[in-house]
Design a protein around this ligand. Structure first.
Ligand code: ATP
Length: 202
């Protein structure tokens, strides 16, 4: 099956694009969604996180406290690698299970840190980057989840730069401040048709 990697900075529009592709028949495997499920109440990652960090990172409802986690991973790099050591193998396992079960026109792997991780490049046939200006990323994320702008800037500083992502891309989706959703849909449809053709010609 043809394997597309879909990435982009925080708030660039990855989830929106992935939802379009899913609606048009692609099998979407979203590593962020998998991470959320693993860290929801009774998720598979909760017990090992509790074991490693005590209850400090777990909210009263039993889910991972994402705001505390964000603070911690920036202030304590060792804790960051402990947390990644717990999450990454569990995510990889679930990606494998979902990829094996995929029956769509082609597979889309949504990986926020694909360019940064290195490991992913060999596992995909083509990389698509959703691109937008940094100020637009900040506005969208703030509007969506109320995360303060300086926290968003810190998250962005820890990610690949816009130029690094663009340099790694085979396909680019332009999702700027002035890109309407109708224009976005049109760009994605043209690319989707190309990926379907690549999938068929295999
Ligand atoms: P994250 O990395 O934070 O998960 P993401 O890359 O998946 O973000 P989305 O969740 O798809 O990004 O988009 C961020 C927000 O911006 C959403 O609320 C989305 O609906 C909105 N958005 C994205 N593109 C546009 C656009 N062209 N016009 C208007 N709103 C948009």
């Amino acid at each position: 099956m043809f394997k597309l990697g879909l990435t982009g900075g925080i708030g660039s529009g990855k989830t929106y694009v992935a939802n379009l592709l899913a609606g048009w028949g692609a099998s979407v495997i979203d590593t962020d969604l998998i991470a959320h499920t693993l860290t929801a109440p009774e998720g598979l990652a909760i017990a090992p996180i509790r074991e490693a960090f005590g209850s400090e990172l777990i909210k009263p409802d039993g889910a991972l406290d994402r705001a505390r986690m964000r603070e911690l991973v920036f202030s304590a790099p060792v804790m960051r690698s402990t947390l990644e050591g717990i999450l990454h193998p569990l995510i990889a396992q679930e990606v494998f299970v979902q990829a094996k079960a995929a029956t769509g026109l082609y597979a889309v792997f949504v990986v926020p840190l694909l360019v940064e991780s290195g490991r992913w490049r060999d596992r995909i046939d083509r990389l698509c980057v959703v691109d937008c200006e940094e100020e637009t990323q900040i506005e969208r994320v703030h509007a969506r989840s109320g995360i303060p702008a300086d926290t968003i800037r810190r998250i962005m500083a820890a990610q690949a730069t816009r130029a690094e992502r663009l340099a790694a891309a085979d396909d680019i989706i332009v999702n700027s401040a002035n890109t309407s959703l109708a224009e976005l849909d049109k760009q994605v449809l043209v690319l989707h048709e190309g990926w379907c053709n690549l999938s068929i010609s295999g």
